[in-house]
Design a protein around this ligand. Structure first.
Ligand code: AMP
Ligand code: MG
Length: 338
């Protein structure tokens, strides 16, 4: 199964030729680890769900949490998200740098839903590291880049750390030496007023508050749920989901995997297969698009065939379970406004 297939991982000193090569690999849907001023990031083309699915598989993440989209400058960031006055101020003061801003995603946001975990918001950063800057300029697209370690391991601050975790799972490591900060970026949620501190990192709270001219709210201190795992803030189909079905009921659409056909599948109003060849990485890449297509089919419910609980299947099942949970809160906001 792909995701466990081992590939030869190249390690290249981060000179101009290596950066140009890395940009080509990213552009072709590959995975490249690169240094930033915080830690090494594992990059994938954020606009390509297949590349992002590969990234999740390489990290062996049990959940599709939202990823930070890295861009070359604030102008590129503003093509992806809507900046409040406070967000503008923080971007002007701290970018490029170790600050990530969460803002509402624009309706035409090029970052795929898998990278955003179906959220209507997007996390954006403009890294300062020269290698990251040159790479992002050469790629010309947003790059999704969580820390370049296996899920649950510590963030890597050298190319050796990256290889210890991800050798055989990624295409290339750009070796730019040890990262200067060795701490993750500070994350500030600018979707509300006042902006909220979601994660402490390379930039201190006091510095941000000074730039804002007032205090930040704490992640826990607000009435609105901010944690990216909260169901109400994620895309969920309006049509009810039934999981692990053995039989399709009248009026249902069917989402299946690996060519499986549950009993009475022929009565389904529409059938989509996440991966006819049974590839869980391909299934992850198709998840959001297929859910949306079946949601639009006017079905009574969407019946979902069992998905193997291995590799990326665990994250797919986690996502489906959230989407199937009874909606206790208001209808989630439309994705990116449309
Ligand atoms: P890492 O994977 O180490 O780069 O961490 C990324 C962090 O950004 C995680 O804590 C995510 O939950 C957070 N994050 C990414 N996108 C969003 C978002 N739209 N809203 C809130 N937090 C986000
Ligand atoms: Mg991490």
């Amino acid at each position: 199964m792909s995701g466990t297939t081992r590939i030869a991982t190249q390690r290249l000193a981060a000179d101009a030729a290596a950066i140009a090569k890395a940009a080509r690999v990213l552009g072709a849907g590959g995975l490249v680890a690169f240094p930033t001023e915080t830690v090494y990031g594992l990059g994938a083309d954020a606009t390509d769900p297949a590349a992002v699915a590969r990234l999740f598989a390489a990290k062996a993440r049990p959940k599709f949490n939202p990823l930070i989209a890295h861009v070359v400058d604030a102008a590129a960031a503003k093509r992806l998200g809507t900046f409040s006055t406070a967000a503008e101020r923080l971007a002007a003061k701290f970018w490029p740098g170790a600050l990530t801003l969460v803002v509402p995603a624009r309706g035409d946001c090029a970052v795929c839903e898998l990278a955003r975990a179906g959220l209507a918001t997007i996390a954006l950063r403009v890294p300062a590291h020269a290698v990251a800057q040159e790479l992002l300029a050469a790629v010309g697209k947003p790059v999704a880049a969580p820390s370049a370690n296996r899920s649950g391991h510590v963030s890597p601050t050298t190319a050796e750390h990256v290889l210890a975790d991800l050798s055989g799972a990624i295409d290339l490591v750009l070796d730019g030496g040890p990262t200067p900060l060795g701490l993750e970026s500070t994350i500030v949620d600018c979707t509300g007023e006042p902006p909220r501190l979601l994660r402490l990192g390379g930039i201190a709270r006091a510095e941000i508050e000074r730039a804002l001219g007032g205090p930040l709210a704490d992640a826990s201190s607000s009435a609105t749920p901010a944690a990216p795992g909260m169901l109400a803030s994620h895309y969920a189909p309006r049509t009810r989901l039934r999981l692990d079905v053995a039989e399709v009921r009248p009026g249902e659409a069917l989402l299946t995997f690996g060519g499986a056909r549950p009993k009475s599948a022929e009565r389904a109003v529409r059938v989509l297969d996440l991966s006819a060849k049974g590839d869980l990485v391909q299934a992850a890449a198709n998840l959001y698009a297929h859910l949306r297509a079946l949601d639009a089919a006017g079905a009574e419910a969407i019946a979902i065939a069992p998905i193997p609980h291995e590799g990326l299947g665990e994250a797919i099942n986690d996502r489906l379970k959230r989407a199937a949970a009874p909606r206790s809160r208001e209808i989630p906001p439309p994705l990116g406004g449309g």
